[in-house]
Design a protein around this ligand. Structure first.
Ligand code: AOF
Ligand code: ZN
Length: 398
């Protein structure tokens, strides 16, 4: 399984709970080896892909004598954690968990948050061994693994750690960097053109790519765009092509508060406009404004992302034009690109993906990427790539 790849239900498949449930049940392993049970726990965790924000996606399987006696996943903040859900499942089924092994995709929590600490429930239930895929990067969670070991439970951490980390790339980013994971979605022609010189960009890629894009929107906590896109396309920035019980927060970067009162992105609340100055008094009261000017009188994008992280935003999905994408890229704030390429050539002059006020001085200053995946989506290609971050020492000497 690769959590870095397409989200479940991407590419037109139904995203209802039952489809995901079928996919997960078909993966129940026969052999009782650690790896396959953890893979199953990860599949359970993925059921929370669209809903757990600001919490991580976590799955849990309890195994006794190579048989699954309980399973669960975290559905949404405030609901039971995966461990508690699996313990409840076992109890509801009348299964004994004493001495059993618990496979959980995140180290059990050790602190009373919205719910009581899972370590207490695990110890009380008499679990004999806990296998966790990864440490909890949440700094307030003081060492659940040590607490379990102190209680005489065998604990192993690190099985399928990469997959677990990928599934929660945004949560890990927020906990370790104080920034969300920023993923920019771009539709372009084969020659990398995103719009005609006059700005017309509808529609370069096909319906399948657009539906796939909605699955990426659905997993994000916030969707960010620029005022240029709002003025040109009037997008609603809601998730429509896949089923989800939750809509991401909509964020418009709008230096001069030019977003029209009737813009679809402002309809029905759940929208924030980041400005560099005063709000537009004609906007409905429900529209929240964040004034975040930088020294140049533009919106401080880094401050905006830090503010979103403060509000629990793990994954940001950017759907914007070349100006905002260029500014984010120059500021080193883009982590990942999801680019749909249409089998068509537009040619120059036309708009590219990342506009810059000045030409790049040397090729050495380019942004380097690592390919993650290439897939065909309907008539288009989808390329996922990650921005290679320079090591601090390279930056200092480069
Ligand atoms: C989850 N689901 O299955 C596990 C989590 O405020 P709370 O009580 O929901 O706690 C959230 C924290 O609990 C979360 O940041 C993470 O550190 C830890 N583990 N969280 O939402 C789970 N196991
Ligand atoms: Zn917990």
């Amino acid at each position: 399984m690769s959590a870095a790849g397409p989200p479940r239900g991407a590419n037109g498949a139904s995203n209802g709970g039952s489809a995901a449930a079928d996919a997960a049940s078909s993966q129940i392993p026969n052999a009782g080896d650690d790896r396959s049970f953890m893979a199953y726990a990860l599949a359970l965790a993925e059921r929370g892909l669209y809903t757990t924000t600001p919490n991580p996606r976590v799955g849990c399987v309890i195994v006794s004598e190579r048989r699954i006696v309980g399973e669960g996943w975290h559905a949404r903040a405030g609901d039971a954690h995966a461990e508690q859900a699996a313990l409840t499942d076992a109890r509801d089924k009348g299964n004994d968990v004493r001495g059993a092994t618990m496979y959980v995709t995140l180290e059990p929590c050790n602190r009373h948050g919205r719910t009581p600490p899972c370590v207490d429930a695990v110890i009380r239930a008499g679990i004999g061994r806990v296998v966790a895929a990864m440490r909890d990067p949440n700094p307030v969670q003081g060492n659940g693994a040590a607490r379990l070991r102190d209680a005489g439970i065998l604990v192993d951490v690190g099985l399928l750690e990469h997959e677990a980390t990928e599934l929660n790339v945004g949560f890990v980013s927020r906990m370790t960097r104080g920034l969300p994971w920023v993923r920019s979605k771009i539709a372009a022609s084969f020659d990398g053109r995103t719009a005609l010189a006059n700005g017309d960009s509808r529609w370069i890629t096909g319906a399948d790519a657009r539906a796939d894009g909605h699955a990426w929107r659905a997993r994000a906590c916030a969707i960010v765009t620029g005022v240029g896109t709002v003025l040109r396309d009037d997008p609603a920035l809601t998730v429509r092509d896949v089923a989800t019980p939750r809509q991401p927060l909509r964020v418009v970067v709008d230096r001069d508060a030019d977003t029209p009162v009737g813009a679809r992105v402002l309809a029905d609340g759940n929208a924030v406009v980041a400005t560099a100055g005063p709000r537009n008094d004609r906007w409905p009261a429900a529209v929240e404004t964040l004034a975040l000017p930088n020294a140049e009188g533009r919106v401080d994008l880094s401050a905006l992302l830090r503010e979103l992280a403060q509000r629990g935003v793990n994954e940001v999905h950017v759907e914007a034009g070349a100006k905002l994408n260029g500014a984010l890229m120059r500021a080193g704030l883009v982590d990942e690109l999801v680019v749909y390429l249409a089998p068509a050539v537009i040619g120059d002059p036309a708009r590219g993906m990342f506009e810059s006020p000045e030409p790049l001085g040397s090729l050495a200053a380019r942004v380097n990427l690592d390919w993650t995946s290439v897939d065909r989506i309907g008539a288009d290609l989808r390329i996922v790539a990650r921005v290679r971050k320079l090591a601090a020492s390279t930056v200092a000497h480069g």
